[in-house]
Design a protein around this ligand. Sequence first.
Ligand SMILES: [Zn+2]
Ligand SMILES: [Zn+2]
Length: 368
Amino acid sequence: MAPNSKPGELKSIKDDHKYSDTYLKLPSEIGTDYTFKRKVVWFNAIGFLFLHLAAVYGYYLCAFRRPHPLTILWMSVLTFGSGIGVTMGAHRLYSHKSFKAKWPLKVALILLQTVAGQNCMYIWVRDHRQHHKYSDTDADPHNANRGFFFSHIGWLMSKKHPAVISKGKTIDMSDLEADPLVMFQQTFYNPLYIIFALALPIAIPVYFWGETYWNSLFISYFGRYMLLLNITWLVNSAAHLYGTRPFDKNLKPVESSLVAFLSIGEGWHNYHHAFPWDYRAAELGSKYSVTTFLINCLAAVGLAYDLKTTPYNMIQYKALRVGDGTHHIFGKIKRKNDVPTKESSEDNAKDDESNKNQSQRLVEANKG
Ligand SMILES: [Zn+2]
Ligand SMILES: [Zn+2]
């Protein structure tokens, strides 16, 4: 009981601290409280509005103001490279430990993740581990049960749910705390961000091919930054809402080819949540994922190793047991077993008839 409280006040105190006990709850018990009112953080909301307007102006410059072609190429290279820092570095290497990397690869991935500007590695990984552990509940930072807007960007412009705060403290981050590269980036994140995400992306086009500072600021910084952010957010929003669930229909995440294409392989999200340790983050490997292809290449030259996958029979077992019947191979078998078809009904009727005849024969034989 809270200090200075009277016995009669117990109920109101409990109501006041409605969410404080989420610390003790299991993910399945937390759920989503749809009556919870979010408080908007206006500084963030206005900041994101400004960033998006600046990015749209950058795309206008690309389309109608004829910047140097190399500036557009530079924007694409930066988007792709920083995307790899997120998908391969923050996601598959650090969040899920789905493979191991030699230190030069770690340095490169941390550097690229800094260019992406999606907060330091430590915070990115903590939020993502929490997202997996409490997926689509109030303790998930971007709970998709609150809709597309909230899971896409709304979570970043509203005050955190108390369950996110209390459960966030329980996420095991000891491996990252023991990684000097990650801790170095966290300590010096602001100066590193200014150098690698802001200054160099803007200065390189000006210095090397004579682009204007104005064009470079809006294309190489705002345009590029917002493009990758929105693609990354689609994995939290669209890939939790619109698609199929061939591996586990009880999970909200879905398989989305469009998000997989845009996010260089992170949209096979039902598979990823069903088997999060798999370095491929998809069932079918590098053919459908640029990130997986690059990890395979890095493994071939020894920079990546101990790549974890999922045994085929485990995928089969899960798809047949709890899939939604849309799996490209096992879906047909599952649908046949789950829903009685005309043929199976006829087969069952034939079986029933033969059982009946056999029973009758046995009864008559016993009589005799
Ligand atoms: Zn993940
Ligand atoms: Zn997810």
